[in-house]
Design a protein around this ligand. Structure first.
Ligand SMILES: Cc1cc2nc3c(=O)[nH]c(=O)nc-3n(C[C@H](O)[C@H](O)[C@H](O)COP(=O)(O)O)c2cc1C
Length: 384
């Protein structure tokens, strides 16, 4: 496949998807400041190298929340994967992750059931949940996830209400899509996509559907209706107890919240702003990483996602203390571009870049990356 970086996969995805579907994946909230900042701020950090180091044998393997992985890379939970690849969807992503030996996370709004995902991915996998109002439903989801072999639960806390995605408004776009003149014209411009969509079962959030069959309206309407808007930190302690295993909280942006996570018993603190899809002008995740690691890194593993598009981004996050990074759009572009092969390509590109960057920096093992290999924007020693 002639895709030499994640940006190439994005270009391909754009040519394969109707504009509204591409925009839903690619876009962010409001003015998309945070969406842009997540990726841009990585570039403001600089890397240095140690020359003449033994890099003959490179190791990128590690463990994250108790799971072994070949790369410090986690597939982020993203809703409705079958929208981007109607035939493969979550199964294509889960298979590619398993083949690459990395961890797959399944969204609460997946368009494939736990059991169908587990059938193609016997490897390490996590389940992401939202705090629905109904505890019974949450309990049932946790039980089913555990029975299907999911080993860690991830509670996403940066969606008290859905963010304002204006590209979707301009495109009349909802999930599942509804027919308007605009959506029809955009869909007809991609007949190949329409054929793939129409030749597969109807898109619906399977995991949610299995436990609460009566879903009407769009996913965003459903989210806004079903999310518990009165939830506070103490209300999730029961969830951690009920899961009784590795439990990470995703959507952390401040030291204070990171401390709250570990105080209530979370084993993972997942720094994320939902890829810039929720509160706009929130800081880029890379800028919040180091203080959070300093505050809680001895009590929990810290993960980070948002804007990871290059191996150098991964190295920088690890140097600043992340245990692993999550990728969202990077693999979704691959999924839309070429299904399972596209996801495999995205993972391979990032893995190859990471190994090359390690070698260039004089490291043979990701676990030995030192903090002083990164120059943060506020340091800029070489410019003095
Ligand atoms: C299309 C799309 C759908 C998403 N759906 C979910 C979701 O269902 N649950 C969740 O916790 N995060 C969701 N996210 C956020 C991702 O898990 C992740 O935090 C984000 O994509 C990371 O930023 P990146 O795309 O720049 O890598 C979604 C992101 C995208 C792009």
């Amino acid at each position: 496949m002639r895709a030499f970086n994640i940006a190439d996969l994005r270009t391909r995805a754009r040519t394969r998807l109707p504009r509204m579907v591409f925009d839903y994946m690619d876009g962010g909230a409001d003015d998309e400041c945070t969406l842009r900042a997540n990726a841009q701020r990585f570039r403001d950090y600089e890397l240095t190298w140690d020359a003449l180091r033994d890099i003959a044998a490179l190791s990128t393997a590690t463990t994250v929340l108790g799971c072994a992985t070949q790369l410090p890379l986690v597939i982020c939970p993203t809703a409705t994967s079958r929208l981007f690849d109607p035939r493969g969807g979550e199964r294509a992503v889960a298979r590619a992750a398993h083949a690459a030996g990395i961890i797959y996370s399944c969204s609460a709004l997946a368009t494939t059931s736990f059991e169908d995902i587990a059938a193609v991915n016997p490897g390490p996998k996590w389940f992401q949940l939202y705090a629905w109002k109904d505890r019974g439903i949450l309990r049932e989801m946790l039980t089913r996830a555990k029975a299907a072999g999911f080993t860690a639960a991830i509670l996403t806390v940066d969606v008290p209400v859905a963010g304002n995605r204006e590209r979707d408004l301009y495109n009349d776009f909802t999930v599942p899509p509804r027919v308007t003149v605009r959506t029809a014209l955009q869909a007809l411009a991609r007949p190949g996509y329409l054929c793939r969509l129409w030749s597969t079962p109807r898109l619906r959030p399977e995991i949610v559907h299995d436990v609460m069959p009566a879903i009407d309206g769009s996913i965003i309407e459903f989210l806004n209706r079903q999310l518990d808007h009165s939830l506070t930190w103490q209300d999730i302690v029961w969830m951690i107890d009920a899961w009784d295993g590795e439990f990470a909280i995703k959507g952390v942006s401040t030291v204070a919240d990171a401390r709250r996570c570990v105080d209530i018993g979370a084993t993972g603190v997942w720094i994320s702003n939902h890829g810039g899809r929720q509160l706009d002008t929130a800081p880029a995740t890379i800028d919040t990483l180091e203080p959070i690691v300093q505050a809680v890194g001895d009590r929990a593993q810290v993960l980070l996602d948002g804007g990871v598009r290059r191996g150098t981004d991964i190295v920088k996050a690890l140097a600043l203390g992340a245990r692993a990074v999550g990728i969202g759009r990077a693999y979704l572009y691959g999924l839309a571009a070429a299904g399972e092969a596209g996801v495999a390509r995205a993972i391979a590109l990032l893995g190859d870049e990471l190994r090359r960057d390690l070698a260039l920096m004089g490291y043979s093992d990701i676990k030995s990356i030192r903090r002083d290999s990164v120059i943060a924007p506020h340091e800029a020693r070489h410019k003095k």
